[in-house]
Design a binder for this molecule. Structure first.
Ligand code: KG4
Ligand code: ZN
Length: 338
């Protein structure tokens, strides 16, 4: 017996069949990068349409890979919050339809809780209690996690998410989409101290973040205030590398400092990090250095489980154990529940 998990919160269409012991029996993922790269950002309407085309083939592939039949499934789980409305809707309608057709209970997954749970999938022991940091294209949030489903929101971005800032800076520089990997590749040969970009809200109490000012500071450096045309930029490879490295360092400094403070103030022993930006090697190293210096344990989701996927939907097993099923009239919840 196993559960089917469905993920369509943003621009990846994914499904997985996960055994009740947590083993991944089959998974499938269709990325939409090629549809959004021209716009250098996710276009919600394009994403929703692509989910419509792909969701059933992706679910079918995951089930076929597992060798199971629909009647072998115990429940159907789907990421229901937060995310892009149109994208969430496609996954939820698919999940509800299959739940009715196959007479299976429905389980609603919180996508951000699942990003943190991705750390659990790589750990023998329970990762809870911990401080959870989600750094993705849509969110930058810190949680006090007493259990997989027992999270208290500590703070998060008040404007752009960390990944969004990577994507926007990449777009200014004419680098590939998604911007995170492109910026970090360019940053590898750059000087992180070349430009002194702002570390917003670093010294403010609380756990909120802001990355919009950093993005604007990069823009001013490139084209000056009031200018938004980047087509005339004529930067050398080294200049691009230096901008990327300095920008990346500013993001990392803030993420590390706030996580450290959350650990210190809550007296937690463990920090667990997930989301697309957590794939960043320099961030991973900086967090490890902080963990070593401050004496806390660090778990970062394996790189392949940092970006959106359906395997982290294994968190639905925790709801299954509690028989916490969703009613069939449950709606999507695009906004962040604090
Ligand atoms: O978790 P995710 O796949 O989707 C959301 O839930 O938003 O995160 C995608 C984000 C994108 O903004 C992408 O640029 C960023 O994660 N990202 C990275 C790296 N890989 C992906 N950011 C920095 N460094 C990376 N290596
Ligand atoms: Zn995500």
């Amino acid at each position: 017996m196993a559960i089917l998990t469905i993920e369509s919160t943003c621009d990846e269409t994914a499904a997985a069949v996960i055994g009740l012991d947590g083993s991944v029996l089959g998974d499938a993922l269709a990325t939409q990068t090629e549809l959004h790269e021209h716009f250098r950002g996710v276009v919600p309407e394009v994403a929703a349409r692509a989910h419509v085309e792909r969701i059933l083939p992706v679910i079918d592939t995951a089930i076929r890979k597992s060798g199971l039949k629909p009647e072998d499934l115990t429940a159907i789980a789907v990421a229901q919050t937060p995310g892009l409305a149109g994208s969430l809707l496609v996954g939820l309608v698919a999940a509800k339809t299959l739940a009715v057709a196959w007479e299976k209970p429905l389980i609603a997954i919180n996508h951000l809780y699942a990003h943190i749970y991705a750390c659990q999938l790589a750990s023998e022991q329970s990762i809870y209690p911990c401080i959870g940091l989600v750094v993705s294209g849509g969110h930058t949030s810190l949680y006090d996690c007493q259990g997989p489903l027992d999270l208290t929101y500590l703070g998060g971005t008040i404007d752009d998410a960390a990944g969004e800032a990577f994507d926007k800076v990449a777009a200014m520089l004419g680098l590939d989409f998604p911007g995170g990997p492109a910026v970090s590749r360019a940053a590898a040969s750059g000087d992180p101290k070349k430009f002194r970009f702002p570390r917003s809200m670093l010294n403010k109490p609380g756990f909120d973040f802001s990355f919009s000012g950093l993005k604007t500071a990069v823009r001013y450096e490139l084209v000056g205030p009031g200018e938004k045309d980047f087509s005339q930029l004529n930067l050398s490879e080294q200049e691009i590398a230096d901008i990327c490295a300095s920008f990346q360092q500013a993001v990392i400094d803030v993420l590390v400092a706030k996580s450290r403070r959350a650990i210190r103030e809550s007296q937690a022993k463990r920090l667990c990090v997930g989301g697309g930006v957590a794939a960043n090697r320099i961030l991973r190293a900086a967090l490890q250095q902080a963990a070593d210096e401050d004496g806390f344990e660090l778990q970062i989701a394996p790189p392949e489980l940092c970006t959106d996927n359906a395997v982290m939907g294994a968190i639905a097993l925790e709801k299954l154990a509690r028989k916490e099923f969703a009613p069939l009239d449950i709606d999507i919840q695009p906004g962040l529940q604090r």
